[in-house]
Write a protein that binds this ligand. Structure first.
Ligand code: ADP
Ligand code: ZN
Length: 530
C-alpha cells in the first residue's frame, strides 16, 4: 500500500504537501469527516484526490460546475488516475458506460452534479457499489447564507442516508464565515469533523491602508512610482471608473477601463490591452477579474473600500500571482463607508421575487455586519495580514513585519530581558506544580491583585511584580510572541496553561537573545529600543 506521500509523488509529481494539505489527508485516512476551507488555488483537489487513491472503494465528488468537472477528470486521466463524470451534458450512452465501468470498480473517482444524486438510476448504482468517500466541492452552496445557494445541495444528506453504509464525508470550500461553516457541518451531517482553514496567506503580498486627504493625488503618486509595472485600480462605481481613468489619461498614463456599462466589444478590447501589456493600468469595477489570470499584476490599488473582506481579499489577491513581490493598497475615507451602506440598503431588491421582506432585512443586516468588519480592517492599527487571516479563520502571528501597519505602528524591541522574566515566572510556578494561562501569569508579573494571587499565595513568588512598570496587556502580547516563537507552549487540554519548552529554558538561562516587533506603546519609556 503506497503512502499518501508516495501517491502525491507518483500521480501528481509533487515532492511535498503544502501546509494544511497533509493534515486534511491524514484526517481523512484516519476515518474522520473533514471540512477544508481553502482559497482558490491553494490546492484543495489534492486533499481528496490523494485519499481517494488510497481508500479501497470509489470516491464520489459532488461538484456544481460541469466545466470544472471536465477539467478535473481530464487532468486526472492524464496523470493516470481512472476517473469519470456524470452530468447533464452526457448522452444516455455515455452515462450508461460511465456507470457500467464505475460499477466494475474501474474508477477511483466519479464526479457527479448534485442534481443527479437522487435520480433513481443513480441511487440504484450508488447502493450497489462500495463507496468509500463522498466529497462535496464548493460546499458553501449548501448554505442559504452563502453567496451561491444551490437547493440541490440539500439533497446530499438524503442521498447519504439512503446508502447501505455511510461513507466518509469530506467537504471543501473557499469561503466560509462562521455561519456558513456551521450550516455546512449541519446540512451535510458531518460527524465530529476535522475542520481546518489554511492557505489564505500570500506572503509575497504587501498590504497597506492609507487615508489620504486627496485620493487622486495619492493614486497618482503611487502610479508614478510604479511606471514600468502593471496593476489594477478598483473603484466602487462605473462613474468613478470613468473619472479616474480620464484623470490618468490626461496625465499621460497608459490606463484603460472596464465596467459593466461598456459595450461588450470595448470591454473585451480593453481587457486584452491590459492582458497583453499594451496598457499597464486597468481602472475597473469589481466586474473585472473573474476568470482572468494575469500573473504579473504587481499592484492592486482600491480607490474605494469594497463592501466586505471577501471581495477585498479576492480582488487584492489578483496581485502577485507569479509569486513576485506585489502591493495591495487600500485608499480609505469615511465617504466609502456611506457609499457602501447606501449600496447595501438598496441591494437584494430585485434578487428574486420569492424573497420576503424579513429575509431581505436579514440579508441586509448580514451585509452591514460584513461592512463593519471591512471598515475595521481599514481603521485598525494592528497587523493587517493578521487581521485578514483571522477574519478567514486562520491563525497568524501578532506582527507579520510586512504590511503598512507593521511598518509604522510596530517597532523592533530587544525583548530578551522581558522574555527571561516571563519564562522565569512560568518556571517558578511549575516548581510549585502550578500551571496557569497567560492572564494569571501576566497578573503575577505585573503584581496585580486578582483573586488567584491570594488563593495560591502567588505574591510570595520571587517573580511577583517584576514587570510592574508594564501593563498586563503588554505582558500578554509578549507571552503571545513567546508562544509563537516556541519558547512557551500552551496546553489546550488544561485551559491553555503555559509550559516552558527546551528553547524557552535555554533563553531563561541566558543563552540567546530575543528581538521582536511589537505594537508601539503610548508610554515609550517602558520599552527598551534597540
Ligand atoms: P483549488 O482547487 O484549491 O483552487 P487546485 O487544487 O486547482 O486548487 O490547485 C492549485 C494549483 O496548485 C494546481 O496547479 C496544483 O497542481 C498546485 N498544487 C496543489 N498542491 C500542490 C503541492 N503539494 N505542491 C505543488 N503544487 C501543488
Ligand atoms: Zn503586518
Amino acid at each position: 500500500m503506497p503512502t499518501a506521500q508516495e501517491i502525491l509523488k507518483q500521480y501528481f509529481g509533487y515532492d511535498s504537501f503544502r501546509p494544511g494539505q497533509d493534515e486534511l489527508v491524514q484526517a481523512i485516512l484516519s476515518g474522520r469527516d473533514t471540512l477544508g476551507i481553502m482559497p482558490t488555488g491553494a490546492g484543495k483537489s489534492i486533499c481528496y484526490q490523494v485519499p481517494a487513491l488510497a481508500l479501497p472503494g470509489l470516491t464520489l465528488v459532488i461538484s456544481p460546475l460541469i466545466s470544472l468537472m471536465k477539467d478535473q477528470v481530464g487532468a486526472l486521466n492524464e496523470a493516470g488516475v481512472p476517473a469519470a463524470c456524470i452530468n447533464s451534458a452526457l448522452s444516455f450512452e455515455e452515462m450508461r458506460d460511465a456507470l457500467y465501468f464505475a460499477g466494475r470498480g474501474e474508477y477511483k473517482l466519479l464526479y457527479v452534479a448534485p442534481e443527479r444524486l437522487t435520480a433513481p438510476f443513480f441511487l440504484d448504482f450508488a447502493r450497489r457499489v462500495p463507496i468509500s468517500m463522498v466529497t462535496v466541492d464548493e460546499a458553501h452552496c449548501i448554505s442559504q447564507w452563502g453567496q451561491d445557494f444551490r437547493p440541490s445541495y440539500l439533497k446530499i444528506l438524503d442521498f447519504l442516508a439512503s446508502l447501505p453504509q455511510r461513507p466518509l464525508v469530506s467537504a471543501f470550500t473557499a469561503t466560509a464565515t462562521a455561519e456558513v461553516r456551521d450550516d455546512i457541518i449541519r446540512a451535510l451531517g458531518l460527524e465530529d469533523p476535522f475542520v481546518i482553514t489554511t492557505g489564505f496567506d500570500r506572503p509575497n503580498l504587501y498590504f497597506a491602508v492609507e487615508k489620504p486627504s486627496s485620493k487622486p493625488s495619492a493614486l497618482l503618486a503611487h502610479l508614478l512610482q510604479r511606471r514600468d509595472k502593471s496593476g489594477i485600480v478598483y473603484c466602487s462605481t462605473r462613474k468613478t471608473v470613468e473619472e479616474v481613468c480620464d484623470m490618468l489619461l490626461s496625465r499621460g498614463l497608459p490606463a484603460t477601463r472596464y465596467h459593466a456599462g461598456l459595450d461588450p466589444e470595448e470591454r473585451l478590447a480593453n481587457q486584452d490591452d491590459f492582458l497583453y501589456d499594451r496598457k499597464t493600468i486597468m481602472v475597473a469595477t469589481n466586474a473585472f477579474g473573474m476568470g482572468i489570470d494575469k500573473s504579473n499584476v504587481s499592484f492592486v490599488i482600491h480607490y474605494n473600500m469594497p463592501k466586505n473582506m471577501e471581495s477585498y481579499y479576492q480582488e487584492a489577491g489578483r496581485a502577485g500571482r507569479d509569486g513576485e513581490a506585489a502591493d495591495c493598497i487600500l485608499l480609505y475615507n469615511g465617504q466609502d463607508v456611506r457609499t457602501a451602506e447606501f449600496l447595501i440598503e438598496h441591494s437584494h431588491e430585485n434578487d428574486d421575487d420569492s424573497i420576503d421582506e424579513k429575509t431581505r432585512r436579514a440579508l441586509i443586516e448580514r451585509d452591514m455586519e460584513r461592512l463593519r468588519q471591512m471598515t475595521s480592517y481599514a481603521t485598525t492599527t494592528d497587523c493587517l495580514r493578521r487581521y485578514i487571516l483571522n477574519y478567514f479563520g486562520e491563525k497568524a502571528p501578532v506582527c507579520c513585519g510586512h504590511c503598512g501597519n507593521c511598518d509604522t505602528n510596530f517597532e523592533e524591541v530587544d525583548a530578551t530581558m522581558d522574555a527571561r522574566k516571563i519564562l522565569s515566572c512560568v518556571y517558578r510556578l511549575d516548581e510549585r506544580r502550578l500551571h496557569f494561562g497567560k492572564t494569571v501569569v501576566a497578573a503575577v508579573l505585573t503584581g496585580s491583585k486578582i483573586e488567584q494571587i491570594g488563593r495560591f499565595s502567588l505574591h510570595t513568588l520571587s517573580t511577583y511584580g517584576i514587570m510592574s512598570e508594564q501593563t498586563a496587556v503588554r505582558v500578554r502580547q509578549l507571552i503571545d510572541v513567546l508562544l509563537e516563537r516556541g519558547l512557551l507552549t500552551a496546553d489546550p487540554e488544561r485551559y491553555n496553561a503555559l509550559f516552558l519548552t527546551k528553547t524557552g529554558n535555554a533563553l531563561m538561562r541566558g543563552r540567546g537573545e530575543l528581538h521582536i516587533r511589537l505594537p508601539r506603546e503610548k508610554k515609550p519609556e517602558t520599552v527598551r529600543r534597540t
